[in-house]
Design a protein around this ligand. Structure first.
Ligand SMILES: [Zn+2]
Length: 256
């Protein structure tokens, strides 16, 4: 029996629609077409995904926004702000499937950098973002400027919002200590600790292109190199292959 090209095409079309239906059933949610345009324009990570992955990314973002309030403090916030916060939350955990950050219920958006007393005016306002502790547990604060800047310049190695969500991920094993034991696996804890110590030494000796803030402590090192990993993976791979491999392991982004 001869199979015509037409029947092959018909079969492919039927399969496409069946598969599409399955996706819709699995991910039941509304996502405005204009949101897709914003993401495509501003979020390089999203733009590089396949169509199927994009749907899952949108689904994970919608789920995050359902669970997390996003509030502007002395500033009006719009859908683009909320989308960038949700994208920053999803990027580090995208490979985990259905990850829920357990220690956050609200993200406060400040207009600009702030200081330790949460003031957005006056001197010594160097903080761009932070994960709240103590009375502020469950809250993250982000500067709106820093949030947008993180997605504006794709050639640097900085993304404040991703940095803060990596701290939360780090916290998922109980401590923000730069050692995400639950994600690394026991065997890799010591190699990771040693690698961090070596790289921090190099930063302190001015022999590294990693943001010097990463030398503050292990927790900051992990968050800073994670920004680098998601912003400039190719350069990180080339310049710091060992570090890259460890981060691939942590974020489950190994393709082979
Ligand atoms: Zn930090």
């Amino acid at each position: 029996m001869q199979i015509s090209i037409l029947s092959v095409v018909v079969i492919l079309i039927i399969l496409y629609f069946k598969f599409g239906d399955r996706l819709k059933k699995k991910y039941k949610f509304d996502f405005k077409p204009e949101y897709k345009i914003i993401l495509q324009e501003k979020v390089a990570f999203y733009a590089a995904l396949s169509n199927e992955e994009k749907i899952r990314f949108e689904y994970e973002m919608t789920d995050f926004l359902k669970r997390t309030r996003i509030t502007g403090i002395d500033i009006a916030i719009d859908d683009a702000d909320k989308l960038l916060v949700a994208a920053s939350a999803v990027i580090p955990v995208f490979a985990f499937h259905d990850w829920h950050y357990s220690s956050i219920t609200e993200v406060l958006i400040y207009p600009d950098n702030f200081n330790e007393s949460f003031e957005t005016a006056g001197p010594e306002r160097q903080i761009l973002g932070m994960v709240g502790t103590g009375a502020m547990h469950g809250t993250m604060i982000l500067s709106k400027q820093a949030l947008h800047h993180g997605f504006m310049n794709e050639t640097d190695k900085h993304n404040t919002a991703i940095h803060e969500f990596v701290h939360l991920l780090d916290k998922s094993d109980g401590a923000i200590d730069g050692i995400p034991e639950n994600l690394l696996g026991k065997h890799y804890v010591m190699p990771w600790v040693n690698l961090m110590a070596d790289e921090i030494k190099k930063i302190k000796a001015h022999k590294s292109d990693i943001n010097p803030y990463g030398a503050t402590n292990n927790a900051e090192f992990f968050a800073v190199v994670s920004e680098y990993f998601f912003e400039q993976p190719d350069i990180l791979h080339k310049k710091h292959p060992e570090l890259y491999e460890m981060l691939e392991r942590i974020f489950k982004r190994k393709s082979t």
